[in-house]
Every structure is written in structure tokens, then in C-alpha cells.
Ligand binder design. Structure first.
Ligand code: UT7
Length: 341
């Protein structure tokens, strides 16, 4: 089918997700760090997270999720692979071409999107743009992370929060008025605060300094309290803008899908928006914060277990390092979702 006949709007056609099997409990962390199950649960809402075994990298998770999404969409002919990740296999080249090759998609467009926890929403906007421009009629958009590989073994805070996982969507060319059509995307950034979440070493800034990096500088660092305040403000504002673009009131939202940064952040944003808790989806208790994989993982699991139903008006919002944030809306379609767990 040609792009013109199919339409030029990105529409959700199938979802899949993959979690590495190893479950890490709060007590597992407390065995090595000065923390407790009580602190982690009450401050973050997290009870367990998945971490990869040694030797498993982001591409491995991305391939599994991508395969399931294509199976769900009954479509192995995607013509672009977009991978949102903070934890690429290597600094260079991008991880997406290797993922595409392992999915049998050699020759197709493939690139990474780097926007930390907002990466999936940036990926949605970029994928919709590929479809609108005619560069692609079917895009495989994957969010995949192995945060366990970048966490400082001595940092009790980040180790408590972040988990590994991957999830993917097939977006096909369709019409703006059909269920599953991605609404207008709201995106924003504030690089004035780039230091709030960062890995100091490994990039050109540290390398060109001529000063060897200290071991801890190779790990992910986060100023949690400051990030928390920005997250609530920015996600709320982006969500409100997205609702306005869709012509929806907060009361019209059947399901709010916030990035799973911290259960308290999601609850605070929902409260500010005026969305009742029963309409707010979450899975942070089981998987922690999986950054770019967080939103598609929650969408996949919720579509599979019935928390998301066809016809639901869905609001999605995310926020993360950069700082970067985004939001969008869609009406949930009749679609297959295949979570691995
Ligand atoms: O994904 C997008 C980007 N990330 C986020 O959006 C995360 C945003 N931030 C947060 O979720 C929260 O700020 C945290 C969960 C990181 C921290 O929670 P908090 O309620 O803001 O705690 P805090 O940083 O204000 O720290 C309170 C206390 C401190 O001790 P003192 O200074 O009061 O004695 C911390 O040292 O809690 C201590 N603490 C811990 N204690 C036990 C920090 N981490 C831990 C821990 N176990 N794991």
C-alpha cells in the first residue's frame, strides 16, 4: 500500500515488551546498601525491579521487545527502526542499526533517540514525522534500557529507583481520525539544568579536559529533589498543553499514563491535573523507573491486562534528564499487546 493511500498519520498497530528475568527486591539492595524496603516503598512506590544478568545489553532487550511488537502488529515489514535509550550498547555507533539487523531489517532506516526518560515521547514525535514525510509507512519504535549497567554501586538512591526493560510499538500510516492515531505531541527542554541528571565521564567534555575521570564519574548521577520538583511542574504543564491541543478537559481522560519516575510524582501530577487516581495507570511497584522504556512498557502491560480498553481516551506524559519532557494523547485502538511476563 502506498503512503498516500494509507494516509500520513502515525497509528498504533501493535505492542510488545520484554523484561529481563532477574528480579531484584528492596531487601536485595538493603543487603549491600544503607537503605530499607520501608524507605524505598514509601518514598518511591517501588517494591522490585528487573536487572539484566552480566553480558546482556540494551540491544538484547530491544530485539525481544521489537520482535513481540511486530508479531502483535502482524507486520514484519517495518521500514524504520527508532530506538529511544539512555543506555546504548556503545557510545558510537547508534544501537538501532544492530537491533534492526538482528530483527531481519537490514537496509531500513535505523537510529537512536536520546532524551533520557522523555525518550519514548520524543521517539513518538519523530516516528510520526517519518510517517508524515513519507519517509516511512511503518515504524518500529522501541524504548529499551539497561540502567543497571550505569548505576553507581555505592549510590543507594539511584540503585533503588532504576530498572531494566524494553517495550516497542509498531506505528503504521493511517488517518488522523481513526483510533490509535497519535495526537499532537508537546515536547520541551531546559538545558539550563542539564547537570541535574548526567553521566560526567565518557563524552567529549570530559575527554577534551585532559583530566582522567574518577571512577564514580562514569556512573549516572541525579539530584533527586530538584528533579522531583521540575518533573511535577513540567509534566503537568505539558499534559495540560496536550489536552488543550486535543480539545479535551482533564475529566475526559479515561486513562493517564505518566512516565514511571516515582509513584509520588505520578500522583502529584494527576492531582494537579484533576484526574482521579482510579484513572491513573502505573507499574512502578514491579519494574521501577525504566526511563525510555517506562511509558511503552506500561502501555503494553495495561493493554494486555485490560486496564486499557479500546475507546479509552489516553493522556501520556513523561519527563527526564536534559531536562526534556513531552506529552501526547490518543484514543486507544483495537490492538494486540504482547508482554513477555
Ligand atoms: O525519571 C525521571 C527522572 N527521575 C526522577 O524523576 C526522580 C525524581 N526524584 C525522586 O524520585 C526523589 O527525589 C528520590 C526518590 C530520588 C528521593 O526521594 P526524596 O523524598 O526526595 O528524598 P531526599 O532526596 O530528600 O532524601 C531524604 C533522605 C536523605 O537523608 P537526610 O539527608 O534527610 O538524612 C537521603 O540521604 O533520604 C535519604 N535517602 C535514602 N535513605 C534510605 C536517599 N536515598 C535513600 C535510600 N534509602 N535509598
Amino acid at each position: 500500500m502506498s503512503a498516500a493511500r494509507a494516509g500520513t498519520h502515525a497509528v498504533v498497530a501493535g505492542l510488545g515488551s520484554y523484561l529481563p528475568p532477574r528480579i531484584v527486591t528492596n531487601d536485595d539492595l538493603a543487603a549491600h546498601l544503607d537503605t530499607s524496603d520501608e524507605w524505598i516503598r514509601s518514598r518511591t512506590g517501588i517494591a522490585t525491579r528487573r536487572w539484566v544478568e552480566r553480558g546482556v545489553s540494551t540491544s538484547d532487550l530491544a530485539v525481544e521487545a521489537g520482535m513481540l511488537a511486530m508479531k502483535a502488529a502482524d507486520d514484519d515489514m517495518v521500514d524504520a527502526v527508532v530506538l529511544a535509550t539512555t543506555t546504548p550498547d556503545r557510545l558510537c555507533p547508534a544501537t538501532a542499526p544492530e537491533v534492526a539487523a538482528r530483527l531481519g531489517l537490514t537496509g531500513r532506516a535505523a537510529f537512536d533517540v536520546s532524551a533520557v526518560c522523555a525518550g519514548f515521547l520524543y521517539g513518538v514525535a519523530v516516528s510520526a514525522g517519518l510517517v508524515a514525510s513519507g519517509a516511512a509507512t511503518r515504524v518500529l519504535l522501541i524504548g529499551a534500557e539497561t540502567y543497571s549497567t550505569i548505576l553507581d554501586p555505592a549510590d543507594r538512591t539511584t540503585r533503588a529507583i532504576f530498572g531494566d526493560g524494553a517495550a516497542a510499538l509498531v506505528l503504521r500510516a493511517g488517518r488522523a481520525d481513526e483510533p490509535g492515531a497519535i495526537g499532537r505531541c508537546v515536547l520541551g527542554s531546559d538545558g539550563e539544568h542539564s547537570e541535574l541528571i548526567n553521566i560526567p565521564a565518557g563524552g567529549s567534555r570530559q575527554r577534551s579536559s585532559g583530566v582522567p575521570a574518577a571512577p564514580a564519574e562514569h556512573y549516572f548521577q541525579m539530584r533527586g529533589g530538584d528533579v522531583y520538583r521540575h518533573a511535577v511542574e513540567r509534566m503537568t504543564a505539558a499534559a495540560l498543553e496536550s489536552l488543550e491541543l486535543a480539545g479535551w478537559e482533564p475529566g475526559d481522560v479515561d486513562r493517564f499514563v505518566p512516565h514511571q519516575a516515582n509513584a509520588r510524582i505520578a500522583a502529584a501530577v494527576a492531582e494537579r491535573l484533576g484526574i482521579e487516581p482510579a484513572r491513573v495507570l502505573g507499574n512502578i511497584a514491579e519494574v521501577g523507573n525504566t526511563a525510555a522504556a517506562s511509558v511503552p512498557l506500561l502501555l503494553t502491560e495495561s493493554a494486555a491486562d485490560g486496564r486499557l480498553e479500546p475507546g479509552h481516551r489516553v493522556l501520556v506524559a513523561a519527563f527526564g534528564g536534559g531536562l526534556a519532557w513531552g506529552a501526547t494523547t490518543l484514543v486507544w485502538p483495537h490492538v494486540t499487546a504482547l508482554p513477555s511476563r
